[in-house]
Design a protein around this ligand. Sequence first.
Ligand SMILES: Nc1ncnc2c1ncn2[C@@H]1O[C@H](COP(=O)(O)OP(=O)(O)OP(=O)(O)O)[C@@H](O)[C@H]1O
Ligand SMILES: [Mg+2]
Length: 264
Amino acid sequence: MTTTGTPALDLQGIEMHYGFVRALDGIDIHVNAGEVVALLGDNGAGKSTLLKVMSGAHRPSGGTIRVRGEEKSFHAPSDAADAGIQMVYQDLSLVEPQDIAINLNLGQEKLRRGPLGWLGFVDRKEMRRSSEKELDRLGVRTAPMTRPVEMLSGGQRQVVALARSAIRVNGESQGILLLDEPTAALGYEQTKNVEALIRRMADQGIAIVVVTHDLPLCYEVADRIVILNRGKKVADLAAAGADRDHIVGWITGSRPSMFETAGA
Ligand SMILES: Nc1ncnc2c1ncn2[C@@H]1O[C@H](COP(=O)(O)OP(=O)(O)OP(=O)(O)O)[C@@H](O)[C@H]1O
Ligand SMILES: [Mg+2]
């Protein structure tokens, strides 16, 4: 875990307006390398919008974004990807009929050597070999590399999608991973697997922001909890020892913001 003092990702004063809707209202949020930040809030609080701003899918109406101290302006997700930021969407964007190895290498397929490679033939064997190595490094056990994704369970698919993003960001000195409800559709066992993978990825130095409604996940894997309420940040605190009733109060709005001055 690195603690350089400069956050991996740092957003200041982020505003996002959809017409008259203020989806984000002056949000300050950062995540350090090796840290997991759980982003909580009720439906419509602005969590997905904030992730989309971080991932370059949305341009904020105001505010600044810094990646490892450098101010950035993202015009598209590819700009964020160039800065080492990867978002895992809820639909996972996997190619169902293709096997795990192909999915892990999507967009960066390895071609065969020689004339077949020049013609665009992919080197499946090499992709399987390198994918297995990458998964071992992440400590991930899924199905055999040759199994089509359509034959995997929801949890296994989530693991493949997370591992793919982890592999992509790991080419960077310090990657940043954005996850939107990675365990929403999973059972108990699969949730535990995904939680463990999130923690391992962070322990390898990746900075992770995870949107979730799952409080146990926060306590299991998050270092810090950030809570949004109607587009405003109302809490930002260490996960360890955080009071469950307080968290629920901030989520529902029954508890006043940590950042509101008394009487305001
Ligand atoms: N494309 C859009 N156009 C207009 N309004 C939008 C758009 N996307 C989101 N909003 C509004 O912005 C606010 C925040 O939405 P957002 O999707 O970020 O919430 P969320 O915290 O992710 O909620 P959930 O837990 O339901 O996923 C909501 O009021 C929503 O209706
Ligand atoms: Mg959402």
